[in-house]
Design a protein around this ligand. Structure first.
Ligand SMILES: C[S@@+](CC[C@H](N)C(=O)[O-])C[C@H]1O[C@@H](n2cnc3c(N)ncnc32)[C@H](O)[C@@H]1O
Length: 262
């Protein structure tokens, strides 16, 4: 019997098309994960018991992450609503305001997560801009980057370029002043009330807090602002020496920013 692995790639248990099988095999190779063939109608439960702790399942519409407690697929959710508000001329999106995002900006989102802030930034910077987004968790990166590849951005947005990387290591590899804005939305110490999908995100996410060293690297890379999102009534921002920017009384998040040092 093969040893159990933490994460593997498989297919849905219908009759997958050849292109779907090829895509799944190629993704498994790229991500350095085992590919587990699946028989027609073979249920998920036994595979999760015997072969892997979690599975990335290639379906016709995208990739779903499964573990014994649930599943998670890409869903633009709130980002879709935020993008519609921006398209209708509303200027009240906190990320856009705090980062002072404008057309043509280059943004580095160091915490991709569900991809929602990255999608909003992509619309704000427009087709002449650039949004690169980093995600340390391979499982989350796999689901969200596949979702972002298939997303219909429309002509007023750039695409999001997702990279599987640790923010600190990636920042260190970048030249000084190579992005206008660097953005962090680390996992909160105290979980806030969550949207669907967030429970699964919590189980698979990287939880280590943002450190002053990483913030300093980000300042070196940022031409304008390093922006950090934190939880209201927490020490998240204070610990980094950041003041919270004035914002809405009605949200559970606060925003801090520090100028780039280049
Ligand atoms: C709160 S979520 C971000 C949500 C995101 N802003 C959105 O709009 O969907 C934080 C994400 O950052 C990732 N993360 C945490 N530390 C990281 C690091 N050092 N490098 C890259 N990704 C990291 C976590 O795995 C998690 O997916």
């Amino acid at each position: 019997m093969k040893p159990r692995v933490p994460l593997a790639v498989t297919l849905s248990n219908g009759k997958p098309e050849d292109s779907q099988v090829a895509r799944a095999r190629e993704a498994a190779r790229q991500w350095g994960l085992p590919f587990l063939p699946r028989r027609k109608k073979e249920p998920m439960g036994p595979l999760l018991k015997s072969a892997a702790d979690a599975l990335l399942v290639f379906e016709r519409e995208g990739v779903t992450l499964w573990d014994p407690e649930g599943s998670f697929s890409f869903n633009p959710g709130m980002a879709h609503l935020r993008r519609l508000r921006i398209l209708s001329g509303q200027q009240d999106d906190a990320l856009l305001r705090v980062a002072e995002l404008r057309a043509g900006d280059h943004v580095l989102d160091c915490t991709l997560g569900l991809g929602q802030d990255a999608l909003v930034a992509a619309l704000a910077v427009g087709p002449s801009g650039r949004v690169v987004a980093l995600e340390k968790s391979l499982a989350l990166f796999a689901v969200v980057s596949e979702g972002l590849n298939a997303y219909d951005y429309g002509p007023q947005s750039c695409r999001v370029e997702a990279i599987h990387a640790d923010a600190h290591a990636h920042l260190r590899s970048l030249p000084s002043g190579s992005f206008d804005v660097v953005f962090f939305d680390p996992m909160f110490e105290k979980p806030k009330k969550s949207q669907p999908g967030f429970e699964m995100l919590r189980r698979f996410a990287e939880h280590a807090p943002l450190t002053p060293e990483t913030l300093e690297e980000a300042r070196r890379v940022a031409r304008r602002w390093v922006v950090v999102k934190g939880a209201k009534h927490s020490e998240d921002l204070k610990k980094l020496g950041l003041e919270s920017e004035p914002g809405s009384r009605y949200t559970s998040v606060i925003w801090g920013r520090v100028p780039g040092s280049t």
